[in-house]
Design a protein around this ligand. Structure first.
Ligand code: CTP
Ligand code: MG
Length: 401
């Protein structure tokens, strides 16, 4: 249950068009700017704007996809967002969205999903102007090109551009005004301001933004792709990982510990009675530590030193389960599931042949994913060959949740 006040503003994001002019093989709002759709990018800005009920109007066949984008963009404010199926025209889609506006809402903004990069401050300006008493407000940009009135290929006259402006969205209205306009005669208009104006309501302007351009053609899409900022991962961004997970990722981790520690040997999550222990602040389990590093590296979450301080008393003598469970939690929080892990031990002792399956079971259980353990000697070469210590090499595959 949310204890936040019910917003008095609603934003209807129309995303039900087919994108005929773009011709990208999918409804326009579901075409990717990067690994995220045009709709997801548009909604990111909507949720950066002042709090509002958000209604996404989706093509009837893409409601499920729109819900995914909407919930991801809403994060903890999922209670604010809903998705409704749109109509055959933009106007019909807006009308469908209006049906879903909550009773307490007093200001309604209508926004094109196709204006995916519209900055949040444009929303704020439109809302402020309506709240200050205007019935209808649109963001505009001055026209920069020299304009001509033409008849086929003949120029009829020059047009004074100082009297013209390019209209953008979000367009904001006092709710009662927009409701009334949509209840009136159903002549088609290209935007909501035109519909409201046809009903005799004066429309005012605020400053729009270059970034609020509408993605209409393939060239617009290229421009938007160049300008889109990556969306941070679910569960919060971390340094070095600014991009929302979309593809599986792999990571590699290694660790080495010398024999000679106090107490029993712990390796691969198992205790090995009768074997010489390993040095290390914790139990020196090089296999577990290599796995932790592989997983953290795959997720771009740093390394074992960053996640587990050597001065943490809770970790003195801690075994693999503590390290691996905490690592798994960290990945879950960042939006990742573990696909599988493969780890190889290089050591003369202990002999893994008899306990390999047991080690795999223990490690797999704590990670909730298959862990394969293999072991090899190094033909008497190096520190492992001389029996001075143990080395472990791990590879991890992780997938977006
Ligand atoms: N829109 C809508 N329902 C429709 C038509 C359009 O919700 N039946 C939305 C589009 O999804 C877009 C906005 O209105 O966000 C502006 O429309 P436009 O740029 O014309 O998009 P499309 O109609 O999808 O594109 P096209 O005209 O090229 O087919
Ligand atoms: Mg259209």
């Amino acid at each position: 249950m949310s204890l936040l006040p019910v917003p008095r503003v609603a934003v209807i994001v129309v995303a039900a068009g087919s994108g005929t002019r773009l011709g990208a093989g999918a409804p326009k709002a579901f075409v990717g700017l990067d690994e995220h759709t045009i709709l997801r990018h548009a909604l990111r800005r909507v949720f950066e704007a002042p709090p509002a009920q958000v209604i996404v109007v989706a093509p009837p066949g893409r409601v499920g996809d729109a819900v995914t984008d909407a919930e991801e963009a809403a994060g903890e404010r999922r209670d604010l967002v809903s998705v409704v199926p749109g109509g055959a025209t933009r106007q019909a889609s807006v009308a469908a969205g209006l049906q879903a506006v909550w009773p307490d809402v007093e200001v309604v903004l209508v926004h094109d999903a196709a204006r995916a990069l519209t900055p949040a401050d444009v929303f704020a300006r439109v809302i402020d102007a309506v709240e200050a008493g205007q019935d209808a407000v649109i963001p505009v940009l001055p026209v920069v090109d020299t304009l001509k009135r033409v008849d086929a290929d003949a120029v009829v006259e020059a047009v004074d551009r100082s009297a013209l402006a390019a209209a953008q969205t979000p367009q904001g209205f006092r709710r009662a005004v927009l409701d009334a306009a949509y209840r009136g005669p159903a002549a088609e208009h290209t935007d909501d301001a035109a519909l409201v104006q046809a009903a005799g309501i004066p429309v005012h302007t605020v400053a729009g933004a270059e970034l609020a351009f509408k993605i209409t053609s393939a060239a617009d899409l290229e421009r938007a792709r160049g300008l889109a900022e990556p969306i941070a991962p679910v569960g919060g961004a971390t340094p070095g990982d600014p991009v929302q997970p979309a593809l599986p990722r792999v990571g590699v981790g290694t660790d080495v510990h010398a024999f000679g520690g106090e107490g029993a040997l712990w390796l691969a999550g198992l205790e090995w009675p009768g074997e010489q222990g390993l040095h290390g602040h914790s139990d020196g389990d090089a296999v577990a530590h290599a796995i932790v590093d592989a997983l953290l590296a795959a997720a771009g979450l740093g390394d074992i030193g960053g996640l587990f301080g050597t001065d943490d008393p809770a970790l003195a003598g801690a075994h693999a389960d503590v390290f691996l469970a905490r690592t798994r939690e960290r990945l879950t929080d960042a939006g990742w599931s573990i696909g599988n892990v493969s780890v190889q031990v290089q050591a003369n002792r202990p002999r893994f042949a008899d306990r390999r399956l047991e080690a795999e079971r223990v490690l797999s259980a704590v990670l909730g994913a298959p862990v394969s353990v293999s072991a090899t000697t190094t033909d008497g070469l190096g520190f492992t060959g001389r029996g001075e210590g143990v080395a472990a090499f791990a590879t991890a595959l992780i997938v977006p949740r």
